[in-house]
Write a protein that binds this ligand. Structure first.
Ligand code: COA
Length: 370
């Protein structure tokens, strides 16, 4: 700051009962900020949070505590006054000493200390809540020739050292832990190709029956779905980050579904049932705004250990892409992220036609006691 009077202040984002309330300015402002930052940093706003998604995220705090802060012009109170935002998510059931945080500053207002002020506040929130381990994720595009690259302790993947988000976190004492590869698939995939991939996989998976669900998880499958999500929390490679298992129950799955509905998102899930035992062995989810937009996100995909080696990962993913083409034909892009060391998942994605679009770095700060 060049003068003694800050051109902004940091406040907790007010939580309105409805997005039509005047107090909803902060959530609309966060959505505008997300779009502007996405366009500037990644060249698209496909991953930008909407105001409805922020609203649903703050409403659903049974399992995860959420804190949303905004940096605004001193007497600001309109969406356009939001120049930065920070969020904390803290798991309430497990991992109570861990927090996930993000800090985002509008591209026109960077390098003025707003990010630092937001990070100071949100890290203090984490520490006050007993959360001394703070993780943050920074998404970046494909590195350019000559970029200075950092290698995480997992020894797989690289993050650009001079990327604003990475440089910012490192300057605050975070350490690079893991790098995810981000990939994108152009859809619709040629139907004959998907059909062939699904049919080939099916040949290796006798004894399994597929189910595809739109916008709901049927009551009879809630427990099986919860068991898969519990496994997801520990089976995905996480480098040296030794967090505890997240135990999911049927209530938590219902909460996830309600949150997607309130966010204005639809989804398709394809799951594989092991016919002999009736156990849910695998599942994958694609999530998308219920408008006729072009972008969708690949959410969790998991195959239980006991059922690996039957090409169930490829099978559920190929069949789910077929379901997406029917359910939301306007979709043109599916984005995904995978740990760079997750060779099996990456091989499936490459066979489906995903191509690299950069990565995402996970950085960790260990806070001293307060
Ligand atoms: C990262 C981000 C939040 C920084 O916000 P900001 O308001 O510009 O940050 P500050 O002005 O407080 O910068 C603090 C320090 O971070 C480092 N830094 C920030 N931007 C940098 C850049 N582009 N290149 C190198 N270092 C940078 C510098 O050390 C800087 O101190 P200095 O300006 O005295 O050199 C902003 O660039 C952003 O929103 N990026 C997209 C989202 C993201 O990646 N968030 C980070 C993970 S949570």
């Amino acid at each position: 700051m060049s003068t003694g009077t800050p051109a902004w202040r940091i406040v907790a984002a007010p939580h309105p009962t409805s997005l039509h309330d005047p107090t909803a300015w902060a959530y609309h402002g966060i959505a505008e900020l997300e779009r502007a930052a996405g366009l500037a940093d990644l060249g698209h706003a496909d991953a930008a949070w909407t105001a409805a998604a922020v609203h649903a995220d703050v409403r659903h705090q049974d399992h995860v505590r959420t804190v949303r802060l905004v940096a605004v012009a001193p007497d600001g109170g309109t969406p356009g006054d939001v120049v930065g935002a920070a969020t904390l998510w803290g798991d309430l059931d497990d991992n109570r000493t861990w927090a996930d945080v993000t800090v985002m500053v509008h591209p026109r207002h960077r390098r003025r200390g707003i990010g630092t002020a937001l990070a100071d506040r949100i890290e203090a929130e984490a520490a006050d809540d007993g959360r001394r381990t703070v993780l943050t994720e920074v998404a970046f595009g494909e590195p350019a020739p000559g970029d200075r690259l950092l290698t995480p302790p997992t020894d797989t993947g690289h993050a650009p050292a001079d990327h604003p988000g990475v440089a910012f976190a490192l300057a605050r004492g975070y350490r690079l832990e893991q790098v995810e590869r981000r990939s994108v698939l152009s859809v619709p995939v040629e139907p004959a190709r998907l059909e062939r991939l699904a049919a080939d996989a099916l040949e290796h998976a006798p004894g399994y029956r597929l189910h595809t669900w739109h916008d709901e998880i049927p009551a009879t499958w809630l427990a099986g779905f919860a068991a898969l999500e519990t496994r997801m929390s520990t089976d995905v490679p996480s480098g040296e980050m030794d967090w505890a298992e997240e135990v999911w129950d049927t209530g938590r799955v219902r909460d996830l579904v309600a949150r997607h509905h309130e966010s204005g998102d639809g989804f398709v899930v394809t799951a594989a049932e092991h016919v002999a035992t009736g156990e849910l062995a695998a599942m994958t989810m694609l999530l998308f705004p219920t408008d006729d937009g072009e972008s969708a996100d690949q959410e969790d995909t998991i195959v239980l250990q006991a059922h690996r080696g039957h090409r169930l990962g490829m099978l559920v993913k190929a069949v789910n892409l077929q379901a997406l083409a029917r359910r939301r034909p306007s979709t043109r892009r599916v984005h995904t992220g995978n740990a760079a060391e997750n060779a099996h998942m990456l091989a499936i994605n490459e066979a489906l036609g995903f191509r690299a679009e950069g990565g995402s770095a996970t950085l960790r700060l260990t806070q001293a006691g307060r």
